[in-house]
Design a protein around this ligand. Structure first.
Ligand code: SAM
Length: 289
């Protein structure tokens, strides 16, 4: 099949099938070969890898992935795209298209059943209305994947890789950097999609760490502390944690901060992930008292 990655070919297929783009499903299809190559090169996918693609659309990225990888499992929510994918991926016998919502799929079972115990990479031009839930599902469920190379909104990518003391640094930065090393591959203008989205995009690579960045007694508590610290961004860490959902009195928080070697007048946004880990472990002692 002729390559799909052009405005002309995309429009031709879409009109042949009378396909209507759904804004609510985040359907913005890629029409630029240069960006497509950057995504696939960025993941370093080869014949030893099985790729999970979220949202193949009409199969533009899938075609390229099929050439490079051992196998592609493409999960698409929109049934109306299935006949199109049958045509566009007809020649690719190493692609399996599954109809479903990636957020509802059991990823561990999917990998066990379909990925032949190979190295697994996630590569996708993600639907923007669910970017963060999709990425966090793969990370929080500790699905055995090597990396994710995904196109997402620029603002979200900036937050994922932000360092302390920047305005982008927040709970999402800590959550993502707890599980992986993020690296921005390229910025992407709106003009490379049909239809054009309302926001700028970025391709980001997330290399999943063998074990989380810090060892903590309770991951759940770590993220509660992080959320509390960023919940009241303008306040000191002492005030942000006092009377937060943690249910600890100010005097106790003072003691906890002292034990964690964190000055009480610092703001949450100045704490790095190691400091959050240490703080969460001290809070753990107080909460389980
Ligand atoms: N991969 C194609 C491309 O690059 O041209 C399409 C990308 S488009 C930004 C996002 C795709 O994800 C759409 O095909 C949309 O129908 C699909 N999608 C949206 N929500 C989904 C979900 N929850 N699970 C699986 N696919 C989804």
């Amino acid at each position: 099949m002729e390559k799909l990655v052009s405005a002309h070919k995309t429009k031709e297929i879409v009109s042949k099938y009378g396909f209507k783009f759904s804004k609510s499903l985040g359907q913005n299809f890629l029409i630029d070969e240069n960006i497509l190559t950057k995504i696939v090169d960025g993941a370093e996918a080869g014949k030893e890898d099985v790729v999970i693609e979220v949202g193949p659309g009409i199969g533009t990225l899938t075609q390229e992935l099929a050439q490079r990888a051992l196998k592609v499992i493409a999960v698409e929510i929109d049934k109306t795209l299935l006949p199109i994918l049958e045509e566009t991926l007809g020649n690719c016998d190493n692609v399996e298209v599954l109809n479903g919502d990636i957020l509802k799929i059991n990823l561990h079972s999917l990998i066990e059943e379909k990925c032949e115990q190979r190295s697994v990479k996630v590569i996708a031009n993600l639907p923007y209305y669910v970017t963060t839930p999709i990425i966090m599902k793969f990370l929080e469920e500790k699905v055995p994947i090597k990396n994710m190379v995904v196109m997402i909104q620029k603002e979200v990518a900036d937050r994922m890789q932000a360092k302390p003391n920047t305005k982008e640094y927040g709970a999402l930065s800590v959550a993502v950097q707890y599980y992986c090393d993020p690296k921005i591959i390229t910025k992407v203008p709106r003009s490379v999609f049909i239809p054009q989205p309302n926001v700028e995009s970025t391709v980001i690579r997330l290399d999943v760490l063998e074990k989380p960045k810090v060892a903590v007694k309770s991951e759940k508590l770590l993220f509660r502390v992080v959320r509390a610290a960023f919940g009241k961004r303008r306040k000191t860490i002492l005030n942000a944690l006092s009377n937060s959902g943690l249910g600890l009195e100010k005097e106790m928080i003072k003691e906890i901060l002292q034990k964690s070697d964190i000055e009480e007048n610092r703001r949450g946004e100045t704490l790095d992930i190691e400091e959050f880990g240490k703080l969460a472990d001290v809070v753990y002692e107080y909460i389980s008292l």
